[in-house]
Design a protein around this ligand. Structure first.
Ligand SMILES: Nc1ncnc2c1ncn2[C@@H]1O[C@H](COP(=O)(O)OP(=O)(O)OP(=O)(O)O)[C@@H](O)[C@H]1O
Ligand SMILES: [Mg+2]
Length: 266
């Protein structure tokens, strides 16, 4: 039997309530527990407003939960990180957003974005910068790197932009990548390439991934397990094939029949 692996990142009993003057209180997460393991991807699926992005933001420590614990490498994180702890956490846990256009700064070049990530965390010496930039771009399939380094995001295609955002996330050699609908704004024809890249990176670098998606074909391709979230609560979880082929919870059954089902091209 394989040795039991311990989680890289773990949410344990997380609850988060927003107090909104107009809508009153909204409990976006209710006692949510979820664990990410090296080289594995967990899919998070649920209807709009079910709490998926809130979970991602809690995991990224962009939001403080009201209750519960986050453990990284088995160590509980303090409720509020100091700026040094936060910088260290960002070195290990990175996020890829839905809209690469919004997440990259239009006035700066591709090289600037990647250089900033590398230098911010003191990962390379100045004289090693150029080869490091080239290697990063090549790793995400943007080759020859020289053709991209001096370009600004608006001069790239949507797929190329998302690859730059992925390269920026990878610059710090993270252990965990949280991707909130990373391909939903991309043209269907280029989604498969970006998914394939994420899958290769997951395996080659033993990344732990959380993939938030509405697209079952993406979930089937990339995720080892799936968690189904409804009104802030995880209602069902299990191996991808099991959840997608034989869902047990009535909410999962309803959700799967409502989600778009693209044919897989693999
Ligand atoms: N900053 C906030 N202030 C108040 N309420 C919020 C805030 N952020 C999220 N919410 C509420 O929390 C709930 C969960 O929102 P969340 O963004 O996590 O949903 P989601 O599952 O990511 O939805 P979608 O699929 O549409 O992206 C919603 O009811 C939302 O209105
Ligand atoms: Mg969301």
């Amino acid at each position: 039997m394989a040795a039991v692996q311990s989680p890289v990142l773990e949410l344990d009993g997380i609850t988060k309530t927003f107090k909104d003057r107009r809508n009153g209180e909204v409990t976006a997460l209710r006692n949510v527990s979820l664990a990410l393991f090296a080289g594995k991807c967990v899919g998070l699926v649920g209807a709009s407003g079910s709490g998926k992005s809130t979970l991602a933001r809690v995991m990224m420590q962009l939001l403080t939960p009201d209750e519960g614990t986050i453990r990284f490498n088995g160590e509980p994180l303090p409720k509020k990180l100091s700026s040094v702890q936060e910088l260290d956490y960002r070195k290990h846990v990175q996020m890829i957003f839905q809209d690469p256009f919004a997440s990259l700064n239009q006035v700066h070049t591709v090289a600037y974005h990647l250089r900033r990530a590398l230098l911010r965390h003191d990962l390379v010496k100045k004289n090693e910068l150029q080869p490091a930039l080239k290697a990063l771009l090549e790793r995400v399939g943007l080759a020859p790197a020289e053709a991209y380094l001096s370009k600004k995001p608006f001069a790239l295609s949507g797929g190329q932009r998302q690859r730059v955002a992925i390269a920026r996330a990878l610059a710090v050699a993270p252990r965990v990548v949280v991707a909130d609908e990373p391909t939903s704004m991309l043209d269907v024809s280029i989604r498969a390439g970006v998914l394939r890249l994420l899958n290769e990176l997951k395996e080659a670098q033993q990344l732990s991934m959380l993939l938030i998606t509405h697209d079952l074909a993406s979930a089937r391709y990339l995720c080892d397990t799936i968690c189904v979230i409804n009104e802030g609560r995880i209602v069902e979880r299990g191996e991808t094939d099991k959840i997608l082929n034989a869902p047990e919870h009535p909410y999962t059954q309803k959700l799967l029949s409502a989600l778009p089902q693209l044919p897989t091209h693999e």
